[in-house]
Design a protein around this ligand. Structure first.
Ligand SMILES: NC(=O)c1ccc[n+]([C@@H]2O[C@H](COP(=O)([O-])OP(=O)(O)OC[C@H]3O[C@@H](n4cnc5c(N)ncnc54)[C@H](O)[C@@H]3O)[C@@H](O)[C@H]2O)c1
Ligand SMILES: O=C(O)C[C@H](O)C(=O)O
Length: 318
């Protein structure tokens, strides 16, 4: 079992790598990044972070080998590749502001990955997420069941943690569903949110719930403002959970960005929807019955993703 993480000299990529290694199911995690320059010297962040993480193996008690590299030949035969390569946003920016720079990076990285692992499964993390997943799908030529984006697990984790804190229960006991693009138009669904199966509205008043829904939508931006760059602990953990579900054929049901072909009335774009994840990637896109208000919010979110996708196509035509 071999996992590759690209952008692994950075924050999210190194966190995914560490979280996968600590789960101890893979033989090897290949951590790829570029050679960087600091104060006129060449540095190798993926090699450094891989070595540092490997040195923690006796303490954390894992056997997964961490291999830092700048050479894609080392990635050959990867079962799953996670793409975190790219630029994170800074305060005042939206994820969509990263479109041009990250589209070029994701395209380049995807070509190199599939050259060495032609039948891999790709999990995209780079932003703007839904469009970067489309870039990876189109560049790789892989079946759409083998290309997906990580966002929904992160966004629901934020929503669940905020709710748990407010209600005073364990975050483990909050279940929730969230649909749509990974941006301010994402659609948390209180109707599908429970505390161990009991409707959330039994535990919280409408105004407070609405406040938490709004905080969730702006959850990424809240952290950007606090740290001057975007989050990595929860995103890294979320991507590792997807890797595990696929590699161990767990049939986990998670909200992930999947390429839609008619599901939820949407076509030719990635959008966050519940999927069954296991061997081979997305085994099923699960459709839930939405009421008119929920469907309208999802359509608005899809419209936004379509507009960014259009901008991407215009940029590529230039
Ligand atoms: N989907 C999500 O929910 C989610 C969550 C957090 C971050 N992100 C996104 O993930 C990306 C990475 O964020 P980060 O905080 O880790 O940034 P970072 O700057 O810490 O790391 C990015 C890494 O990518 C590397 N990189 C750049 N170009 C590359 C290339 N061509 N080949 C290989 N590596 C390359 C950089 O050298 C750097 O080490 C950003 O686009 C960010 O917006 C998405
Ligand atoms: O907010 C960002 O820019 C990063 C990521 O998409 C997040 O939600 O943390």
């Amino acid at each position: 079992m071999k996992v590759t993480v690209v952008g692994a000299g950075g924050n999210v990529g190194s966190t995914v790598s560490m979280a996968v290694a600590q789960r101890d199911f893979a033989e090897e995690v290949v951590m790829v990044d570029i050679v960087q320059e600091k104060d006129g010297d060449k540095i190798y962040p993926s090699k450094g972070r891989a070595l540092d993480q490997w040195e923690s193996s006796p303490i954390h008690k894992f056997d997964t080998k961490l291999n830092g590299t700048v050479d894609y030949e080392d990635t050959a035969g990867s079962d799953v590749c996670v793409i975190t390569a790219g630029v994170p946003r800074k305060p005042g920016m939206s994820r969509d502001d990263l479109l041009e720079i990250n589209a070029n990076i994701v395209q380049d990285v995807t070509e190199k990955l599939v050259k060495h692992s032609p039948n891999t499964i790709i999990i995209v993390v780079s932003n703007p997420l839904d469009v970067m997943a489309q870039v990876a799908l189109e560049t790789s030529g892989l079946d759409s069941s083998r290309v997906m984006g990580m966002a929904g697990i992160l966004d629901t984790a934020r929503y669940r943690s905020f709710l748990a804190e407010e209600i005073g229960v364990s975050p483990k006991d909050i279940q929730a569903l969230l649909l749509g693009g990974h941006g301010d138009t994402m659609v948390p669904l209180p109707r599908f949110t429970t505390v161990s199966g009991m409707p959330i509205k039994q535990f919280i008043d409408d105004d407070k719930l609405e406040e938490i829904v709004e905080r969730t939508k702006g959850g990424g931006g809240e952290l950007v403002n606090l740290m001057g760059t975007s989050a990595w602990y929860a995103p890294g953990a979320a991507a590792a959970q997807m890797v595990e579900a696929i590699m161990l054929d767990q049939d986990r049901v998670f909200p992930c960005a999947a390429n839609l072909n008619g599901e939820y009335g949407q076509e030719d774009l990635f959008l966050g929807v519940p999927v069954k994840l296991g061997k081979g990637g997305i085994k099923e896109i699960i459709e839930v019955d939405l009421n008119d208000e929920e469907q309208e919010l999802l359509d608005e979110s899809a419209d936004h993703v379509h507009s960014v996708l259009k901008e991407f196509r215009q940029l590529m035509d230039k």
